[in-house]
Design a binder for this molecule. Structure first.
Ligand code: NAP
Ligand code: HSE
Length: 440
């Protein structure tokens, strides 16, 4: 067996600590499978005295990850710090510039600088592997980069954020409030250092931007993603979804359309019968529609130290084996420019929840506004206030929830219709609008 591969790890938090432990536990089998032993020789974090579940004195310590990347005697630099600037970016650039292979779980960094970093890696004959950056433990990067290379892909979509899926699942199953669910996700090590990145959709958008590039052979374009998070979702929406035959999921969707590629992240009503509807808790799922293979769906844990370490170590093993797949599936110079399809042209069905003043003609007004915008309603529901009691007189001052489901229409038509409804004074607050995704 050739000389051991020397690894330096920068970032010893949730993921970094698990990587060190996994390599210690399964080092022998990794060496047998990849034909080369892998040894961690150097590590970096901010606080040398923190208990990380292993003895940091076994490794060369660097408080500055850039110094580790620039000076340490290593073959692979593993970046597990996070963030798209500062220590993470500087250390990755430093390692690649030296021709040191890089493994990272940092989707924010790749979403912002991926094409540039791919070029830097290729110019220096270094690998840049990032399986853990998208959907944690699911091998979707390898699937798109290698296994589906023979397919023309029309759509890639999925549940790409474990924290949001965990929150939505627990809100539905246990009736727990949003804040408590988020605190649990943070305690379990699922959330980003700044959890607004999870709940506002940025983290899903970062991952989607990478998937889009891999699926369509285009430059990464994370600024062109339509994005809505889950903070406006209420238990009323989750319950209504259930009653209407849907489940609510935060989806990232990239699809080819006649005008370009649509990239969008938003809460979505998915049919209960779809595979994606059954993905609960921290699990992620990624579906890819290929012209030859059909639909491929991969499911697995999307966050958490051990699941993510599994992908990081797979990337290390690929380098140990000598695999040199181009970073984004083809040389960076061959990636096409991304052509954005405008969100206003998006077509689909919509769920609308309105708070309607309970008075004669309110329903008719709403239906009229929708009709004027060319939108056909599949259903319109206002629930009874008191089960089993005879109706009494309505109270005009008290708004009641009314749920509409539309047939397929365009985003621009829905937005215009809702503006007109707001202007008529029949609703008491901003309508809730959630897109319905057509799925198998
Ligand atoms: P984390 O628990 O916050 O750990 C971050 C580590 O980086 C800590 O060890 C911290 O040092 C170190 N660090 C931060 N700033 C530093 C600096 N300026 N110089 C040196 N070290 C620094 O984060 P994580 O959850 O492990 O995530 C790491 C990366 O993996 C991120 O890119 C994240 O998006 C990605 N990721 C995470 C998951 C997950 O489930 N957690 C899943 C997939 C991908 P101290 O410990 O001394 O503070
Ligand atoms: N915060 C991320 C999530 C970690 O919840 O999915 C995995 O990328």
């Amino acid at each position: 067996m050739s000389e051991a591969l020397k690894v330096g790890i920068a970032g010893l938090g949730t993921v970094g600590a698990s990587v060190v432990q996994l390599l210690a536990k399964h080092g022998e089998q990794i060496a047998r499978k990849s034909g080369r032993a892998v040894t961690v020789t150097a590590v970096s974090a901010r606080d040398q005295s923190k208990d990380r579940g292993f003895d940091v004195a076994n490794f060369d310590w660097y408080t500055d990850p850039v110094e580790l990347a620039e000076k340490a005697d290593i073959d692979i630099f593993v970046e597990l710090i996070g963030g798209d600037t500062g220590a993470a970016e500087d250390s990755v650039r430093a390692a690649l510039s030296r021709g040191i292979h890089v493994v990272t779980a940092n989707k924010a960094l790749l979403a912002k600088h991926g094409v540039d970093l791919a070029g830097l890696a290729e110019a220096n004959n270094a690998c840049l592997n990032y399986e853990a950056a998208v959907a944690g433990g699911i091998p979707i990067v390898k699937t798109l980069r290698e296994s589906m290379a023979g397919n023309d892909i029309s759509r890639v979509y999925g549940i790409l954020n474990g924290t949001c899926n965990y929150i939505l699942t627990r809100m539905e199953a246990d009736g727990i409030g949003f804040e408590e669910c988020l605190a649990d996700a943070q305690r379990l090590g699922y959330a980003e250092a700044d959890p607004t990145f999870d709940i506002e959709g940025n983290d899903t958008a970062h991952k989607l931007a990478i998937l889009t590039s891999l699926a369509f052979g285009t430059k990464i374009s994370s600024d062109d993603i339509y994005m809505e998070g889950i903070t406006s979702i209420t238990t009323a929406d989750i319950q209504a979804a259930d009653e209407l035959g849907f489940r609510l999921k935060l989806l990232g969707v990239a699809q080819r359309t006649e005008t370009g590629i649509e990239q969008r992240v938003h809460p979505t009503m998915v049919p209960k019968t779809s595979a994606i509807a059954r993905i609960d808790g921290v699990l992620n799922a990624v579906a890819v529609d290929g012209d030859y293979v059909g639909e491929v769906v991969l499911v697995g844990p999307g966050a958490g130290g051990d699941a993510t370490a599994s992908s990081v170590v797979a990337d290390i093993a690929d380098i140990a084996r000598g695999d040199e797949t181009p970073v984004l599936g083809m040389p960076a110079v061959d990636l096409k420019d991304y052509q954005r399809a405008r969100m206003r042209l998006h077509e689909g069905g919509y769920y609308i929840r309105l708070s309607v003043y309970d008075r004669p003609g309110a329903f008719a007004e709403i239906a009229h506004c929708m009709g004027e915008a060319g939108i056909s309603l599949e259903s319109i529901v206002q629930k009874r206030h008191a089960d089993g009691e005879a109706p009494t007189r309505y109270d005009e001052a008290v708004p009641q929830p009314v749920i509409l489901i539309t047939y397929e229409t365009t985003e621009v038509a829905i937005k215009e219709a809702l503006e007109v409804i707001m202007s008529k004074g029949v609703v008491s607050e901003q309508p809730q609008m959630i897109r319905i995704e057509k799925l198998n």
